[in-house]
Design a protein around this ligand. Structure first.
Ligand SMILES: [Zn+2]
Ligand SMILES: [Zn+2]
Length: 197
């Protein structure tokens, strides 16, 4: 009884009374037409799409059938069969305007959504972060210290290479910020002096 398979949007399909035939039930007209044209039953999994009684398209799967309907809808709505509908702004847009093939929301609307989420959860996020930092203060400090020690050689090497590569830039910066650097050095020396005493 393959002619009976339910189409996904039933309202648009006409049924035919075949109760008094060997089929013994109502069947969908477009499937009957397709089967009589094929001369055999429609294979399992295949769906029949119909523009009109005269124009039937056999679809190898339901997803292909849905695709056909979406394309038809898009074409009628915006003139481009391959454009996709965004459920947030209710507009048809080029596929480039969507992040992935599967999301039903365009890039612009996704950005608005995540911004809204951030705005409405901002206070909570800040509080959670502060709480975490307060609770794990010692651990965080320990972690930073360990990281610093572990990567000391690497960092020194990197610094050396950077200095060598950007000699002119550094010299120029020194020249421009002479007073600032001088003041900083002085403060550093004072601090060290206190520590040594
Ligand atoms: Zn169809
Ligand atoms: Zn949108």
């Amino acid at each position: 009884m393959l002619a009976q398979k339910k189409p996904f949007n039933r309202e648009n399909y006409k049924t035919v009374n075949m109760v008094n035939t060997p089929l013994g039930c109502y069947v969908y007209e477009h499937r009957l037409i397709a089967e009589s044209a094929l001369g055999h039953l429609i294979p399992k999994g295949v769906e029949v799409h119909h523009h009109s009684k005269a124009q039937l398209v056999l679809c190898e799967s339901r997803s292909y059938h849905i695709l056909l309907h979406n394309r038809k809808k898009a074409l009628e709505a915006c003139g481009h069969a391959t454009w996709r509908h965004c459920c947030d702004c209710d507009a048809y847009k080029h596929t480039d305007e969507f992040y992935t093939k599967r999301t039903g929301i365009c890039k612009k609307c996704s950005q608005i959504r995540s911004k809204d989420y951030y705005e409405s959860n901002k206070d909570e996020t800040v509080i959670t972060r502060k709480k975490y930092a307060g609770k794990n203060k010692d651990e965080l400090q320990e972690y930073r210290r360990n990281y610093y020690l572990k990567n000391r050689e690497k960092r020194l090497e990197y610094q050396k290479a950077y200095k060598k590569k950007n000699k002119d830039k550094i010299n120029r910066y020194r020249e421009l910020n002479k007073d600032k650097i001088h003041a900083y050095d002085k403060a550093y020396r004072e601090r060290k002096k206190v520590e040594i005493c």
